[in-house]
Structures are given as structure tokens and as C-alpha cells.
Design a protein around this ligand. Sequence first.
Ligand SMILES: *Cc1c(COP(=O)(O)O)cnc(C)c1O
Length: 387
Amino acid sequence: MPLYNTHQIRTQEIMPTTRYSYLPQQFSDPSKIFEAMKNVVLNGDYTLGAAVTEFEERFAKLIGVRHALGVGSGTDALKLSLKAAGIGPGDQVITAANTFVSTVGAIYEVGAEAVLVDCDQSFCIDCNLLEGALTEKTRAIIPVHLTGNVTDMPNLMKFAERHDLIVIEDCCQAILSSMEGKTSGTWGLTGAFSLHPLKNLNVWGDGGVITTDDDDMADRIKLLRNNGVQGRDSVEILGYNSRLDTIQAVVANWLLGQTEEITEQRIQNAAYYDAEFSSLQEIQIPRRPSNVRQVYHIYMVFAEDRDSLYDHCVKNGVEAKIHYEVPLYLQKGLAFLGHGPGDFPETDRHARSVITFPVDQHLNLSELEFVVSTVKSYYARNRGVGK
Ligand SMILES: *Cc1c(COP(=O)(O)O)cnc(C)c1O
């Protein structure tokens, strides 16, 4: 007697699902990557190898800048940018209250102080609030192009020029996004990108890139990422150990040519959601200005009765997310900033009402449809419940 009845298993209906992580699909055939890695291993070319140089040249071309420099992570891309720009103790750096922790972490790593500014519904810094954050110590601004949307850079750059401030763009979620046709990572003195597995252009571990048109900055960053060492023996400045691994550059080179396609597919998927959700009064889609190319690192909307909708989605096989339930400025590790609830009302509103749905390039139409029908079925049954 078998322990189970195969007939029963086969006839059981498979519940549809929409998953969040697409990594197993993306790297389902890694043979070409392994082949290229084999060359790295056979040549012993592990640190700042040929694949890193190739990647840097191609990345610079992709973004449209003179220099792209591979570093250890997106966090390090921010840190080395600040350090190379001469930001340190006694300096204040303005950034977004709703950002991912490492933007603020990088500022403190170089010994400077972060001054947080609220966002608007674009999920990026509200440029109207910059003036109020300015002090005599302000030296730089890090606009964060969160979710793949773009900060109002024409206005931010005007403000920065007026007050002689350095701009370092946090592009970790925003590769190939643009405003008024100008690509993110080309506005500021530098742009900081992440190659983390969850980012749009991703490798098999940590990695980051700094873009810049400034030759002196590029030279300093090359030193800083390599312990300040020039050639073999000459220590020019005190630096860090923060190089992009050759092994990771191999993965990045394999993927780099697909970046435009990946971006376009995410934009298409987001457009599908936008069209479907626009008929729901309970879902508010953020403004989609026509001068912005938003690249949808994450697809985030505002939802009524958010917590119950989220539970409903997860229970029914839609792997929704919340970015984030507790805003950064209220986290324990940042208590020293001295902020309290209500300091950043728009960020707070987002924490209560945002929900994220999978939007990556590997989703198929039935998975997208399943997300939409799951959300619609929730509100059809619970209309007005959250009021
Ligand atoms: C991911 C991310 C970072 C940090 O990148 P790492 O490569 O993980 O260090 C910084 N800022 C933002 C907005 C991010 O999303």
C-alpha cells in the first residue's frame, strides 16, 4: 500500500501565486557566467581584474558619464563619494527621512551629521523643504531616487548651486531612470549605485558603482577604494578596502547588456498595474509626471485599509511587501537623532498606507493578473471597511 494516493495529488487544484523573488529564474542557466569565472580563477585575476575594467567602461557608457568605478557596495559608493568630496566631521548632509538606512549610515561613517527632510508623494525629497534644513554647517545633499522614481533634480540642483552644496545622488534603486531626459547619476558630483541581489542590475553578492564626470573625484575614489595605495608601494592617502570583486564583475558583465530590457519590462508591468488599479477608488497611484522615466525598482501605491489588504494578499498567495512599516527616523538605531513621531508627516502617511507588489521583469501576465484580481476581490468584499 502506498502511503499516499497519487491520483488525489494530481487532481488537486494548484493555487495560483505571485512570488516576490525572481532570482532563481533570472539565473536559471548560469553556465556562461561559470565559464567566464573559470577564466578569472585560472588566471588568478581576483582583485581589480580585467572584468572590473570592462564593467566600468560599459557602465560609464550606459549611464553617459566619463567615469564609473566599481566599489564594495552601494553603501560604500555613498561613503567613498562623501569622503572623496571632503565631507567629514563638523559637516551636515541633508538627505531623505524615508530612505533606506545605509544612506544615513554612510554619512555617519565619514563622521558627518545627517539632517533629514520629508518626502512628497514621489517618495523622494520634497524640494520645498530644503530651505528649512539649511544651516551654516550644511555641505552636501544626498537626494535618494527611491523606488526608481526621480527627485525633482532641476530644482534640487538650483538650490544646491545657490548655496554652494555638493550633490551626491543615491541611485541605488534608480538605474536608467531620468528626468527631462537627463539620466540619474549624471546630475550630481557623483551617483552611487548598488549591485545587491535585490537591485535592478544585480550580482551574486555585494557590489556598487560610483559615476562621475569629475576627473579628480575619479582619481581620489580609485585611491580610496584601494587603501589609498598608488601602484604597489606608495600610500597617497588613508583609504578603505572597498573594491568590486572580479567575480561579481563577471556576473554584472553578463547582465549589463540586458539592463535596458529589464527596465522596459518593469515599466510595462507597472503600466499594467496602473491601468488596472486606476478603477479602484481605494488605491491611490502616485502622480506619474511625463518628464520622468521611473524605472520601478519597486511598485508602490497607497491603499485604503492597507494592513488588511496586505494580510489578504499574503494569505492568498500574492507576496506583497511594505516598504517600510516603521520609518527609518523612528528606528532604535537612529534614536540618537532625537526625532519623534510626527516629525515627518508625509513619511508617516506612507508608512501607514503604502503597499508594494512584485513588478520584476520575470513576471508573466497571469501572475500580474493574479495580483490585480486578488486586490480587487479584497475591496469587492470589504468596500468601506477601513473608513
Ligand atoms: C540598497 C540601497 C543602498 C545600499 O546599497 P548596498 O549595495 O546594499 O550597500 C543605499 N541606498 C538605497 C536607497 C538602497 O536602496
